[in-house]
Write a protein that binds this ligand. Structure first.
Ligand code: TEU
Ligand code: CA
Length: 551
């Protein structure tokens, strides 16, 4: 596995393949389209491209419902297209990170079909329990709404699905199933792949006895489950760990800091790093994604700080991110998508990219792309959004209220096509895009950003370059600065007597700050989202101002 000292110098770019670049006019992004954009990505300076699932799939959950782990879905291209992408990427110093969805398969997967056909071997690859006609085995709730259990008349039992009803959870307690999954890693490693993202991997270990959850939706029984660390060690030892310099990231749903230290501390031989999501729930009301609330900045700051300090103290490693294909656009969320769009996008980027860990950029984030704000349910494609449209209407929300919630929270906000140009369909496709293009591509697009030295894109390039060249960013010790400030997220990174100072004003208002004299003396401005200036003991940060200094 790659060492933390090297991980600190890497940057990953996430590609939602379906929305990145279409090459054949069918309105769906594909591998040849992606290959044609490699120069753009090389220009940004990124090391890895995490591709969301490209395997054959009914696409109920856009590929997270995998029907075959070792092939390419024809809508994305062929295996040859994949090999070309790897080859062309490597010429530019870019490697591919594949998304492994090992918690569940599509019910269209051959294993599940054979299970339904009565083959005991394959039935035991999934999780079955008895229940009455209208009484599922437990009251657990699917992450996409409704019961987590589905009755199968063929088998005469219920199967567990923590996500969509077509995403059946796998039974990791079965050693044969585990070997099948490890072999999938060998297959892709055989094609030269040396980086993997593991989807909801902290949910793979379920308890043997399953009971009703009288306090919640059931997650406390299967999150960071009983044999999770053992399974991750197996995944490492028998799967990816056999190969040189592999990079892995686990997506950890509703996890804990202690577990994440355990998942990533090198001597435990589990994973390289983890995504955790607590910092992306500070605008949820009582933990409910579908209830809008003003962002609680103090809580956000505390979570970012606690995870930095906790992972550092425990020797773990964070994946750093604001955006992915499940999240609304960050500038619409914790920034200002209006007047201060460019400035706040740069500020948010600064906050994340100078932290200890490995940063991830989600396609279009580097352009400051915004939420879609769709206002008609027919514009939404996401299975979760469609389910919750009905659930929210059922709870009595008006149509307008429901669109307000979806406009802020739907996963489709982050999935609209990449905005390449001001032209038709933003240069994404010559056909009809599978999901609507944001009309603001007339102003927000890569072509315009490339031509503008002050663009959000130009700033992301500087941040990536800073990480590559600065040992402080790669390996400096993190410490909070201005911990009590209600508007500013500040921190330092220290190494060998040198210190990096980072200040980010999260508000569209002036923020006066008081800094220790010793920190300011001789501090050299490195980066600013407005104009570089000196660090002084009493200074006022402008709305959404961000700055980086070195002492
Ligand atoms: O997501 C896992 C997950 O639990 C969430 O991000 C989820 O989408 C959100 O909490 C719902 O509110 C992963 C993938 O990233 C996602 O796209 C898949 O739909 C999901 O797993 C199932 O494979
Ligand atoms: Ca296509």
């Amino acid at each position: 596995m790659m060492k933390q000292t090297d991980l600190g110098g890497k940057v990953v770019y996430q590609i939602y393949v379906k929305s990145f670049q279409d090459s054949n006019g069918d309105g769906i992004g594909d591998l040849p389209g992606l290959t044609s954009r490699l120069d753009y990505l090389a220009g940004l300076g990124v090391d890895y491209l995490w591709l969301t699932p490209i395997y054959p799939s009914p696409q109920r959950d856009n590929g997270y419902d995998v029907a075959d782990y070792c092939a390419i879905d024809p809508c994305y291209g062929t295996m040859e297209d994949f090999e070309t992408l790897c080859r062309e990427g490597e010429k530019r110093g870019i490697r591919i990170m594949l998304d492994m969805v090992f918690n569940h398969t599509s019910t269209a997967h051959a294993w599940f079909r054979r299970a339904l056909a009565g083959e005991k071997k394959y039935q035991d690859y999934y999780i079955w329990r008895d229940g009455g006609p209208d009484a599922p085995p437990t009251n657990w709730v699917s992450k996409f709404g409704g019961s987590a259990w589905q009755y199968s008349p063929e088998v005469g039992k219920y199967y567990l699905h923590l996500f969509d009803v077509t995403q059946a959870d796998l039974n990791w307690d079965n050693p044969d199933l585990r070997e099948e999954l490890f072999a999938v890693l060998d297959f892709w490693a055989g094609k030269g792949v040396r980086a993997f993202r593991f989807d909801v991997v902290n949910l793979i270990s379920k308890p043997g006895t399953m009971t009703d959850d009288d306090k919640g939706d059931g997650r406390r029984f299967y999150t960071d489950g009983p044999r999770i660390h053992e399974y991750l060690r197996m995944l490492n030892e028998r799967g990816f760990g056999k190969y040189e310099n592999v990079v892995t990231v686990g997506e950890m749903s509703s996890t804990s800091l202690d577990n994440c230290v355990g998942y990533t501390r090198p001597d435990r031989h589990e994973l390289s790093m983890v995504f955790s999501f607590h910092h992306l729930k500070t605008d949820y009301k009582n933990g409910d994604k579908w209830a809008l609330e003003e962002n609680r900045f103090g809580e956000l700051k505390k979570l970012l700080t606690d995870w930095q300090l906790g992972m550092q103290a425990g020797g773990g490693w964070n994946a750093l991110f604001w955006c992915n294909h499940d999240q609304p656009r960050i500038v619409s969320r914790f920034g200002d998508e209006g007047q201060y769009r460019v400035r706040s996008a740069k500020m948010l980027a600064t906050a994340i990219h100078c932290l200890r860990g490995t940063p991830y950029i989600y396609q279009g984030e580097e352009l400051g792309m915004t939420n879609a704000h769709f206002t008609d349910i027919r514009q939404y494609q996401d299975v979760e959004s469609r389910n919750y449209y009905n659930i929210l209407r059922g709870q009595g929300l008006t149509e307008a209220e429901t669109y307000k919630v979806l406009g802020a929270r739907s996963r489709d906000n982050g999935r609209t096509p990449m905005q390449w140009t001001a032209g038709e369909n933003a240069g994404f496709t010559t056909g009809t895009p599978w999901l609507g293009v944001n009309p603001n591509h007339d102003a927000i697009n890569a072509q315009a950003a490339l031509a503008d030295g002050d663009s959000v894109l130009a700033y992301y390039r500087r941040l990536v370059a800073l990480r590559k060249q600065s040992e402080l960013v790669q390996a400096g010790e993190f410490a909070p600065l201005l911990a009590e400030d209600e508007r500013v997220f500040g921190y330092t990174r220290t190494l060998n007597g040198r210190t990096l100072v980072v200040l980010c004003n999260f508000y569209g208002a002036d923020a006066p700050v008081a800094l220790p004299q010793a920190l300011c003396a001789g501090a050299k401005p490195i980066l600013s989202n407005i104009q570089k200036r000196d660090l002084t003991p009493a200074m006022t940060l402008a709305p959404y101002e961000a700055g980086v200094w070195e002492v």
